[in-house]
Design a protein around this ligand. Structure first.
Ligand SMILES: Cc1ncc(COP(=O)(O)O)c(C=O)c1O
Length: 491
C-alpha cells in the first residue's frame, strides 16, 4: 500500500524511540480511517527494509497495537487491522461498566455474603459516635452546618497529620485534603489531572470503582499484571515508555481484589521507576490497618521522598462507609488542580461529620476502635484460613493474604466463576466473580471471597458448601472430558 511508503520516522532529532513513533503513526492511520478493518500491515521484514530500521522496532510497535486490540495476528498470515474507526469508538464504549458489574450484586436476605468487602453494620461504633456528635452540636451550634473550607476542617487536618505520623508518613497540614470517601478522592484526582484520551495505568486485576472513574473521564486504561509480590516491574517500565501515562493507580497493601501485598523491595523499586520517569502514583490505602502478621506493611507514601505519591485513605472499611469520609495527601505539584476539582464537585465535605471525626480522633476513641475492628476481622480471617485448608478442593489455586478481608482464587480451567456464581446464588451464597476486576472479561476462572460482611459461623458453613459445589463442577467437567476424549475399541 502506498501509505506505508509515506511513513517518515525521525531517526536523529526526536527523543522518542523509533518503535513509539511508528506505533503512533500506524495508530493515527487507523484512527483517521486510512487503514481499515481487514487491511494487512506490511510483513515485518518488508517494513523494516522500507523504513531502514531493525525488525525489533516493527515487532514492538505491532505488539503495542495488538495490546490495544487495534490489530490482530493471524498465524502464518500476518497482522491485520482489527476495526474501523467507528467501531473503535464502540470499543471504548464497550469498556463502559454495566451497573451490575460495578459490584451491585443482588442479595437474598439470608444469603451468605462473601461478595461485599464492607463491614457488617453490627461492627459500627454507633454509641461512641453519637456522643461526639452531640458534643459537637452543643459546642459549635450553627457553625457546624455552615459551608466549610474546601480543603477540610483545619483541626481535623491537624489530627490527621498526627494520625499518619504513626504510619511514618511525614506531611504538611496544607497537603491534606478532606474528601467525602475514597471514591470521591479517585474521582477528583481524575477530574483534576486527566484529559480525554490520556492513559492511566492500573494493576490487573484492580478495583472496579476506580476503572469506572477513569472510563468516565474518557481515559484509556492500561493494566499491568500483578505478581505475588506486586506489579511486574518489567511490564511497568515498558508501558510507561510506550504510553506515557498521567498516573499509575495501585493498592500496595492487601490489594483489592487479590489480597496481595507488595514486598518492601518492590515498593522501593516502583518509587525509583516513578522518579526516573517523573510518574505520579495514586496509592489507594483502603485497608493497610488490618495487618495480621508481623511483616511490616508500610505504605508507599511513607517511603516517598520525592513527593510523587498521591495518598488516598478511606475510613469505610475500618470505620463506617456511610459517613463518606476520607482524606488525600496531595503532592505540592498538583495540589491546585485537585483542590479545584474538590471545590467544583461538592464545595466541601460535611462540616458536622468532620468535626465529630476530629473529636473521635483527638479523644483516642479511634485507636480503641481500630483495635476492636482488628480483633473482629482477625477472628474471621483465621476461621477463613482454617476452613479453606479443610474444605477447598486442591484443584483451586490461591495464596493466603497476610491481612485485610479479600481472598482470591482461580478455578481449574475451563471452569468459569460465572457458572459457579449462578449455582452458588441458588444455594444462598454470593461472591464476586473475577471478571468484574479485569479490563477484559476473558479472565473467567477467578473469583474473590471477602470476610468483611460474614459472621464466623457463616464462614465455615459457606466455605464447606461452596467447596462442595466446586467439587461437583470439577467432577462433571472430568466426566465430560472422559466422554469426549474416550477411546473406542476397534472391534
Ligand atoms: C480499593 C477501594 N478504594 C476505594 C473504595 C471506596 O471507598 P469509600 O467508601 O471510602 O469511597 C473502595 C470500596 O470498596 C475500595 O475497595
Amino acid at each position: 500500500m502506498k501509505i506505508f511508503d509515506e511513513i517518515k520516522l525521525d531517526k536523529d532529532g526526536s527523543s522518542e524511540h523509533l518503535y513509539i513513533q511508528l506505533y503512533k503513526v500506524l495508530k493515527a492511520l487507523i484512527m483517521e480511517g486510512k487503514l481499515k478493518k481487514g487491511d494487512r500491515l506490511p510483513p515485518i521484514r518488508k517494513l523494516s527494509e522500507l523504513l531502514k530500521v531493525n525488525n525489533v522496532t516493527i515487532v514492538t510497535s505491532y505488539r503495542m497495537l495488538e495490546e490495544e486490540k487495534l490489530v490482530y495476528k493471524k498465524v502464518g498470515s500476518g497482522t491485520y487491522v482489527a476495526l474501523n474507526f467507528q467501531n473503535h469508538e464502540n470499543f471504548f464504549q464497550e469498556q463502559k461498566t454495566p451497573l451490575i458489574d460495578q459490584g451491585h450484586i443482588q442479595l437474598e436476605e439470608n444469603a451468605i455474603n462473601f461478595a461485599s468487602a464492607t463491614p457488617s453494620t453490627d461492627l459500627f461504633p454507633v454509641d461512641d459516635f453519637k456522643k461526639v456528635l452531640n458534643e459537637v452540636l452543643d459546642r459549635d451550634k450553627g457553625s457546624a452546618f455552615g459551608y466549610q473550607e474546601s480543603q477540610g476542617y483545619y483541626p481535623l487536618r491537624v489530627a490527621i497529620k498526627e494520625y499518619v505520623a504513626t504510619y511514618k508518613i511525614v506531611t504538611e497540614i496544607s497537603n491534606i485534603q478532606i474528601i467525602s470517601g475514597a471514591q470521591q478522592g479517585i474521582d477528583i484526582i481524575a477530574k483534576g489531572l486527566l484529559n480525554h484520551g490520556d492513559y492511566v495505568m492500573i494493576e490487573g486485576p484492580s478495583y472496579r470503582g476506580a476503572m469506572a472513574v477513569f472510563e468516565s473521564r474518557g481515559a484509556k486504561i492500561i493494566d499491568i499484571p500483578l505478581e505475588k509480590d506486586g506489579l511486574s516491574l518489567q511490564d511497568l517500565e515498558k508501558k510507561i515508555i510506550a504510553y506515557q501515562p498521567k498516573f499509575l493507580y495501585i493498592m500496595p497493601n492487601f490489594q483489592n481484589p487479590t489480597g496481595i501485598s507488595y514486598s518492601l523491595e518492590k515498593k522501593k523499586k516502583i518509587l525509583k521507576i516513578a522518579e526516573k520517569y517523573n510518574l505520579l502514583i495514586v496509592e489507594d490505602d483502603y485497608l493497610s490497618d488490618l495487618n495480621f502478621c508481623n511483616d511490616e506493611n508500610i505504605t508507599l507514601k511513607s517511603l516517598d521522598h520525592k513527593d510523587l505519591v498521591i495518598y488516598i485513605k478511606s475510613f469505610s472499611k475500618i470505620f463506617m462507609p456511610g459517613l463518606r469520609l476520607g482524606f488525600l495527601i496531595v503532592p505540592k505539584l498538583i495540589y491546585k488542580e485537585v483542590l479545584l476539582a474538590k471545590h467544583t464537585t461538592d464545595i466541601s465535605t460535611s462540616g458536622l461529620l468532620q468535626r465529630a471525626l476530629e473529636l473521635y480522633l483527638k479523644r483516642g476513641i479511634w485507636q480503641q476502635h481500630i483495635k476492636y475492628m482488628s480483633t473482629q476481622y482477625m477472628e474471621r480471617f483465621e476461621v477463613m484460613v482454617e476452613s479453606l485448608e479443610k474444605y477447598m478442593p486442591q484443584e483451586v489455586q490461591y495464596s493466603l493474604p497476610t491481612g485485610g478481608v479479600n481472598f482470591w482464587f482461580k478455578l481449574p480451567e475451563p471452569l468459569s466463576s460465572k457458572e459457579l456464581y449462578e449455582i452458588a446464588v441458588k444455594q444462598q451464597i454470593v461472591f464476586a466473580p473475577g471478571h468484574l476486576f479485569f479490563l477484559s472479561s476473558k479472565e473467567g476462572s477467578y473469583f474473590r471471597l471477602s470476610t468483611a460482611a460474614v459472621t464466623v459461623s457463616e464462614i465455615e458453613y459457606g466455605i464447606k458448601k461452596l467447596s462442595g459445589l466446586i467439587n461437583e463442577l470439577i467432577r462433571k467437567q472430568n466426566h465430560h472430558s472422559d466422554q469426549t476424549n474416550g477411546y473406542t475399541p476397534i472391534l
